[in-house]
Design a binder for this molecule. Sequence first.
Ligand SMILES: Cc1cc2nc3c(=O)[nH]c(=O)nc-3n(C[C@H](O)[C@H](O)[C@H](O)COP(=O)(O)OP(=O)(O)OC[C@H]3O[C@@H](n4cnc5c(N)ncnc54)[C@H](O)[C@@H]3O)c2cc1C
Length: 631
Amino acid sequence: MAALAGAALPAQWAHRDNFVILEAGFGQGQRFLNTWAAWRADPNRCQRLFYIAVAAQLPRQLPLSKFSETPSLADRLAQSWPVLTPGMHTLVFDEGPASQVTLLLAAGEAADLVPQMVARVDAFLLEDVPPAPLAPNGDEGWLSRLARLAAPGCTAVACGESAQVIEGLRQSGFKAGGIHAAPATDRMNFRFEPRHTPPPLPGGLRPTAIGPKQRHAMVIGAGLAGCAAAWALARQGWRITLIDAHAAPARGASGNPGGLFHSIIHGEDGTHARAHRAAAMRTVAVAAPMLAQSRFAGACQGLLRLDAQTDAAQAKSQAHRLGLPVEHVQWLDQAQARTTAHIPAPSGGWLFRQGGWLEPAGYAQALLADAQAHANVVFLAGQAVHQLQAATHGQKPWQALDTRGEIIAEAPVVVLASAVDTLTLLKALPQAAPLPVSPVRGQISSLPLQDGVLAPAIPVAGAGYVLPSHGGRLLFGATSDLDDLDPSLRAADHAHNLEQATQLGCLSMLDKKALSTDLQGRVAWRAVTPDRLPYVGALPLNLADSAQPIPGQKSPRLDQPRLIPRLCNEHGGVYVITGFGSRGITWAALAGELLASWVTGSPCPVEAALRDALDPARIVTRAKARAQTSG
Ligand SMILES: Cc1cc2nc3c(=O)[nH]c(=O)nc-3n(C[C@H](O)[C@H](O)[C@H](O)COP(=O)(O)OP(=O)(O)OC[C@H]3O[C@@H](n4cnc5c(N)ncnc54)[C@H](O)[C@@H]3O)c2cc1C
């Protein structure tokens, strides 16, 4: 068997809660497989092993397991292997109440992606970094900035012949030796011994050594956002108190009978497109096994987004330029679109293979049930939180109060997953920066299957959307009205939805008046942020609140989200996960995991640029930038 990379790893991870490895390179995955096998065999192993692999040349498929030294693990890795789109991919193995191996695959050049990692790394494996001459300017690039990621006591293994890596490690504060050297190899071992450790950024990762008593979060709101937050935190062993004003989970927007999820494609592949892609791919990874067990209704067999503006040549060149494989998104001409969706589609469109539809309430409940299988998760139903209170920088836990001022629950960490009501809770929390969230009313419609009603084989979207039939009905929608608080079903909105479904090719020759008796619908409100991206992260402090001292900072820099002071400290704090807009199904799993990384200090599942794009503190940096421009 090939030697375990970093022979000292088991000694390092022994009895730890979390242990984080970053490998530059991945090859065919044998080093990861050996590490995973060693972790499984080790009675003293850490509870959760995070293995980040950054590689430009990840294989599209893994080789057959019979060529592997660890065939059964190789099989499992191959079965979980993702469609390799640019960006990061999360794969989880051996999941149990207190165990987990998480492989974070980052597809791209180390020089681009390592600076985008947000993690506290315990061991770097750098043996496969190709040798290169020393840089003429004496700066070894990303290799010389590993200190930013290194946890106290971090180690590194490098090839002794790679002068560039050795110099980079030296510049990062690593010293050669100090851990058991692998015998008879040219491996060199290093230990992180920096001369100076800068203080952590206010919006950076929390230290991972959070005491067991502090690992308790109360999550306010049990829709998709709250259930996903509870799920992701419980998987890291956190105790959860989940509170909702309703008698059961997912009775707000997440109570719709069905909704779609999918990636998006955009010429610039900016943060919106990359974040949606990462989220859609994570939804498939999480929801597909649940759907396979029929835990709720839905399907992950793709989604067709009609697009009359694009032609085949433009589409092909765009997907190629963005490095998006056909296993992720494929252009279908009109004939192909018709055959694929089984409807007279009015144009060609994009087939998003990691797309589909599902019943959001069932998905939220499945996430909650999985959370309960991992940790102590208590659901407090029918409890409306009126206000939060705590000593801001003390050790006291946060308390959720009802309208009479009685304590509903208390915990060191609060997660606001209360959709539009987050605004009301924030208004009663002057220490927190106000975060704009607008209610957007939406009405969906459904019809029984009958002549002239054509159920698509996969969800079809364009202006509006239509889902495949479920329970003998066709579901379609939806309207979108900002700040409209009318809860009643409106005939005009049904007419709007019928018209859109007709344009998409799913209704024909209908006397729409005759249909009105069979129409059903539901009204709910989306929580929408100004830039249409969710808020996921620690609440920024309200810097205008003069009563609020900012610890350790007289005049904080406000030009980057990560520099903004937060309403949290080493004892706990307040976090937010909301603003899912029209894409709650797409966002839930990834946003839950991103939120968990904020709270627990575990490696961030997305690149720093996407973390910043979803960080609620972006509101503060943008307000500051606007004030500077207008001033
Ligand atoms: C008509 C329509 C169609 C849609 N279609 C799609 C679609 O096809 N695909 C898709 O991905 N998304 C769709 N969405 C959006 C999706 O439904 C939402 O993004 C998602 O449900 C939001 O989840 P949430 O948990 O943030 O909010 P919600 O599901 O609204 O949950 C918030 C919860 O917080 C609770 N709460 C609030 N304040 C308090 C308090 N003070 N104390 C206690 N509890 C509190 C509420 O009771 C509620 O249960 C649609 C939305 C609408 C309205």
